[in-house]
Design a protein around this ligand. Structure first.
Ligand SMILES: *[C@@H]1O[C@H](CO)[C@@H](O)[C@H](O)[C@H]1NC(C)=O
Ligand SMILES: *[C@@H]1O[C@H](CO)[C@@H](O)[C@H](O)[C@H]1NC(C)=O
Ligand SMILES: *[C@@H]1O[C@H](CO)[C@@H](O)[C@H](O)[C@H]1NC(C)=O
Ligand SMILES: *[C@@H]1O[C@H](CO)[C@@H](O)[C@H](O)[C@H]1NC(C)=O
Ligand SMILES: *[C@@H]1O[C@H](CO)[C@@H](O)[C@H](O)[C@H]1NC(C)=O
Length: 498
């Protein structure tokens, strides 16, 4: 493909850029349209998908023990858009999906390996730390419900701790329409495939992806010399067949404006170091493979990064520091903030600030139990709380939920026009319907954005031609001929996210 053939595409992209630039320009005076980062926009026209994203926190962890393949699968069945996985590593560097680095919290490790405890200076306590167990040992453990007082324990000890590739297989099954769907295996059960487990045809279009969290990145690095980012890169190579669809989905997504556009993989962490390290390695990851030259151009667009933030970090001096860092350098590799939902109840400015940096907010965590509600006087149930966050708080375009079905129901109800604040809801239709806003409210901004879009368009032209070139090289190098997306999608996408 030559630049010539890319031209129509360029025109379209420039138009969109034009629109984004114009909104950018006008947003200081009026916030009537919000152009969010492409990478984390939420679908508007796919009927079964709500405008706001429901991310299943550790799977459908209200119903089943968290971080089990069954919980991931059930979350998808219940209508979650994306599943969230926490990733930690064994002593021999195998990635597992688990929330706590102390295995005793949700597994039966105390029974199986009663003596394998270790005093950790960083945690200042003794525990069954995952970095003191080999992958084979972890495979022998079973999981149980974390909040056993309020949730069912019926599925305790029936499932293992999944390795990261097991979670990817759940997604692969879900995203593949033609194959029989695999049911998650139970402990001691050999049969994992059944033709009765096809997904309902009404959700055939609902492809899903993963919010992957690097858990306790610094701790595992300092305590055990384990670098989760390096291990993830290694994993992506080792299980490239499972990763490829998730990474390529981004290409597919960004170019198809009428479909959902949240990429198949979103990375998140409380440790900004993990995200920045992943970000730095991304171009190298490809140039390692294409050793013909060292280019900073990316073959696939980089997965978006979401920085997680606890309540402590969003208040007072730490809060100010946080926004300083966002504006200073973090913004360059972040697409969103996953904050404690409490940050949004005390401080109305938080949402506006995120919006001004064009970051989406994905607060955590919706749980149906009364004790987890932030302000029960104003919002006495999880239904009301979720609705408030999704409809009223600026920049919130997704929510982490454990009672997935409730969040899905709330998101599907949509928001009343009267309760919906400016710029919320459907970011795509904001730019397409209200074209007057997109094309600028004053003559000056039209000229300004025109120039800007021309400039960006030219930039894209350069990126696209290089990207096509690189893609061809990759094909040549790996002998791949069955890339599912077209060149155009690769190009545009690459340019958009670079
Ligand atoms: C470690 O824990 C012990 C007992 O819980 C406590 O007395 C001590 O102050 C802690 N040390 C540090 C450095 O926090
Ligand atoms: C699993 O399969 C193996 C080999 O096919 C068999 O020996 C074993 O008994 C099976 N286990 C169960 C629980 O069915
Ligand atoms: C636990 O892991 C730490 C860090 O890798 C190591 O120093 C220690 O020897 C391990 N302890 C046991 C009992 O395996
Ligand atoms: C590039 O890759 C090829 C094939 O893997 C290898 O033989 C060659 O040594 C590499 N070159 C460099 C400079 O790394
Ligand atoms: C490629 O990158 C490596 C490491 O960053 C550097 O040492 C090397 O000189 C670079 N090669 C070229 C040809 O730029």
């Amino acid at each position: 493909m030559t630049i010539h053939e890319c031209l129509p595409l360029l025109l379209i992209l420039s138009l969109v850029r034009y629109c984004l630039a114009a909104t950018d320009e006008s947003s200081s005076s009026s916030s009537s349209a919000t152009c969010l980062p492409h990478s984390l926009r939420v679908p508007s026209t796919v009927v079964h998908r709500p405008h706001q994203l429901v991310i299943a926190h550790r799977g459908a962890s209200y119903h089943l023990p968290e971080h089990t393949t069954a919980a991931y699968r059930l979350a998808l069945e219940l209508g979650a858009d994306w599943i969230e996985t926490d990733v930690v590593a064994s002593s021999d560097g195998v990635l597992f999906c688990l929330h706590s680095v102390d295995l005793a919290v949700t597994s039966n490790v105390e029974e199986i390996f009663p003596d394998q405890t270790w005093y950790s200076p960083i945690f200042n306590r003794t525990g069954y730390w995952i970095f003191n167990f080999t992958a084979d040992q972890i495979d022998q453990l079973t999981v149980q419900q974390r909040l056993s007082e309020s949730r069912s324990t019926a599925f305790d000890r029936k499932m293992h701790i999944p390795r990261l590739e097991d979670a990817l297989r759940v997604l692969k099954d879900w995203n593949t329409d033609d194959l029989p769907q695999r049911l998650p295996p139970l402990v001691g059960d050999n049969i994992t495939t059944t033709t009765n487990a096809r997904k309902p045809s009404s959700v055939d279009l609902a492809r899903s992806g993963m919010y992957l969290e690097f858990k306790d990145y610094i701790l595992q690095k300092e305590e055990a010399g384990i670098d989760l980012v390096d291990l993830l890169y290694h994993h992506m190579e080792q299980f490239s067949d499972l990763w490829k669809p998730l990474l390529e989905d981004q290409c597919y997504a960004v170019m198809r404006f009428d479909e959902y556009v949240v990429p198949g993989l979103v990375l998140q962490s409380f440790d900004v170091d993990a995200l920045s390290r992943f970000h730095e390695r991304w171009p190298l990851y490809f140039s390692d493979k294409l050793n013909e030259s060292n280019s900073s151009l990316r073959i696939s667009p980089e997965p978006p990064h979401v920085l997680l933030l606890n309540y402590h970090g969003c208040t007072g001096e730490l809060g100010e520091e946080f926004w300083f860092h966002i504006g200073d350098s973090w913004r360059s590799f972040l697409s969103g903030i996953g904050c404690d939902k409490q940050c949004l109840f005390d401080n109305e400015e938080f949402g506006h600030k995120a919006e001004s940096f064009k970051l989406v907010l994905h607060p955590w965590t919706e749980r149906p139990e009364q004790t987890f509600l932030v302000d029960p006087e104003r919002f006495p149930t999880v239904f009301e709380e979720t609705r408030h966050l999704l409809c009223k708080v600026p920049a919130v375009h997704g929510i982490f939920s454990e009672s997935v079905s409730i969040a899905v129901a709330v998101a599907r109800m949509g928001c009343q026009d009267s309760e919906q604040i400016d710029g919320k809801g459907d970011p795509l239709s904001d730019t397409t319907k209200e074209s007057t806003t997109c094309y600028g409210s004053s003559r000056q901004s039209v000229i300004f954005s025109g120039l800007l879009s021309f400039f960006l368009g030219s930039l894209m032209a350069v990126s696209i031609s290089s990207c096509v070139h690189r893609r061809k090289m990759l094909r040549h190098y790996t002998g791949r001929t069955t890339v599912t997306s077209s060149d155009e999608e690769d190009c545009g996408n690459d340019a958009e996210l670079t």
